[in-house]
Write a protein that binds this ligand. Structure first.
Ligand SMILES: Nc1ncnc2c1ncn2[C@@H]1O[C@H](COP(=O)(O)OP(=O)(O)OP(=O)(O)O)[C@@H](O)[C@H]1O
Ligand SMILES: [Mg+2]
Length: 246
């Protein structure tokens, strides 16, 4: 299997989920949103997680993103056991390691574009001058630096989305997580976003993307399919096989 060969070439996985369960008790019924998920993701991978509505995609993404912890099972991120961390420690992991891109852009309406992009840097304790410099660079990367003064309601949908991507990148995260990032975009804007994510991946960033759109998933290098909280397939695609087998 190609994946095993990739694994041999590198050292520790960036992400390791070991038999992760997320169980909700709804009255007398038990909902297994994640039902025994084990998954390794190496640095530099671009993984799409697909599956029908309710299959557990956002649940596992919240765990991978250190927004939530499993009911049982282990989550090791960069060699650190995240599964038993308390809120403060989780927040620190998030701020230092992860950039989020959500379906709804989640820009703060009362802050302008620059302030929005500066936010993760503020949490990371970076000083004002440096924050502005890094945030402007991120905006430049996305081609919206001239809009830095605008509030979100003064930006187009695509510009807001790019703002959210700039914010996700500003902290130079080890891992970029995107939950239905193209869900609210027209086809041209989603194409641009996908091209940008691909470019980031080619530059070495690890990306995990949730989508219910097969054509979006096919932009990744690996597709993990969930059904009823379980992984039912895990396929390597779009990989330069010569490179992998070198
Ligand atoms: N807080 C909760 N309490 C109870 N059940 C929940 C909770 N969160 C999620 N679930 C249930 O867990 C299952 C998985 O939900 P999840 O949000 O992970 O699905 P999803 O694959 O992201 O779906 P979608 O494509 O619609 O976003 C669903 O059946 C959902 O109803
Ligand atoms: Mg979801």
């Amino acid at each position: 299997m190609i994946y095993d060969q990739i694994e041999d070439n590198k050292t520790v996985p960036l992400i390791q989920l070991i038999d992760v369960f997320k169980i909700y008790q709804m009255g007398t019924t038990e909902v297994r949103a994640n039902d025994g998920i084990s998954l390794k993701i190496m640095e530099g991978e671009f993984v799409a997680i697909v599956g029908k509505s309710g299959s557990g995609k956002s649940t596992i993404m919240n765990i991978i993103g250190a927004l939530d912890v499993p009911t049982t099972g282990q989550y090791i991120l960069k060699g650190q056991d995240v599964s038993k961390m308390k809120d403060d420690a989780l927040a620190e992991v998030r701020n230092k390691t992860i950039g989020f891109i959500f379906q709804q852009y989640n820009l703060l309406m009362k802050q302008n574009l620059l302030e929005n992009v500066e936010l993760p840097l503020l949490y990371a304790g970076i000083n004002k001058k440096k924050r502005k410099q890094i945030a402007m660079e991120a905006l430049k990367k996305l081609g919206i630096e001239d809009k830095w003064r605008n509030y979100p309601n003064q930006l187009s949908g695509g510009q807001q989305q790019r703002g959210a991507v700039a914010r996700a990148l500003a902290g130079n995260p080890s891992l970029i997580l995107a939950d239905e990032p193209t869900g609210a975009l027209d086809s041209k804007t989603s194409r641009e976003l996908l091209d940008f994510l691909k470019k980031l991946n080619e530059e070495g960033n690890t990306i995990v993307l949730i989508t219910h759109d097969r054509s979006v998933a096919e932009e990744a290098n690996r597709i993990v399919t969930l059904r009823d909280g379980k992984i039912i397939s895990d396929d390597i695609i779009n990989v330069d096989k010569e490179k992998v087998l070198e």
